[in-house]
Design a binder for this molecule. Sequence first.
Ligand code: SF4
Ligand code: SF4
Length: 386
Amino acid sequence: MRPIVMEEVEALRGVNSVKVKEAHEQGRKIVGMYCIFSPSEIALAADAISVSLCGTSQDPIEEAEKELPRNLCPLIKSSYGFAITDKCPYFYFSDVLLAETTCDGKKKMYELMGKLKPMHVMNLPQTANDEDSLEFWKREMVKFKGFLENQFNTKITDEKLRDAIRLMNRERNVMKRLHKLNAHKPAPLAGTDMMKAQWLKGFNVDKEAGIELIERLIAEVEDRVEKGIYAFDEKAPRILLTGTPIGVGSDKVLKALEEAGASVVAFENCTGYKGLDVMVDEDKDPITALAEKYLSTPCSCMTNNNGRLDLIRRMVDEYKVDGVVDLTWQACHTYNIESYTVKKFVQEELGLPFIQIETDYSDSDTGQVKVRVEAFLETLDSRSLV
Ligand code: SF4
Ligand code: SF4
């Protein structure tokens, strides 16, 4: 039996699509964003609502493919498909869009999407390690702030930025606490529920209400741990999922793993723990603090991306992981190439089984994914018998 609060969490998408419409009608400004490099704090400091628009559904991809190449990452096609079909209320009610120069596919898609609504593009440095990168990224933060001030005819003060930083840190902290519950063996929360709680937070119109809801979920899960109620039994292999982002509709590998009896206890991807690991420094100049936090994101679009290996190492340890699954969306070159480095690191340095699964959002290979996942889990079982 799942935690009862999960029903409220699942209802969030519908509740929030009504709230976003009401907010729009009341004159609140809405900023649509696509990536965890996007500083939501600046949007909140402009008294706007920030919503995540990243496409996780196969449904609009057919329409997107009329304008975009078919051999493109499904996340990019889905995001663009929602934009051109007006099927996403969050895109529809967004007053402005924030894009970023992360991967090539996204940045070229944004050129087309930018014709639909006012869009600001943040130029992301290609590396976090160069001395100039932080200064460059700080200037990008200031430009985005100026864009919102112009668009919304408002003034974003340092005080408002500090308030927004504190609010976002509280949201990150509560999500972090939720993730860390699954460091417990056996895991009290199914990976599919963890993913939903994290993914649906991206649509939260009322952040305080969202934080309160996750607090209640944590309390219920802690109570279940005390009573010995878990999502999986002690013997279930504990999996760390890394790689490309997932959400409701693009979760077939996660589902395949848990349906085959694995317990997905840790999500290193950017729709999981990646964006929660580092808080924004509340004592520094707010623009510097925001630039430092977001530049530290260990995404494969950065070179090098050793921070990802460091995060995987820490999470494998903390979550007592038995095997690592690396998900790659088809045509995502950065994660696909980086998979070789991650594989060598996991197998040779951490001594754990590793599998890369490259797929898309469609159901066409669901059977094949199931077979590969089951074969991988068998290798974990045979290790535990040695
Ligand atoms: S994988 Fe990287 S570029 Fe893609 S959404 Fe996540 S952080 Fe952004
Ligand atoms: S999954 Fe890869 S190709 Fe797709 S948007 Fe993210 S970085 Fe780009």
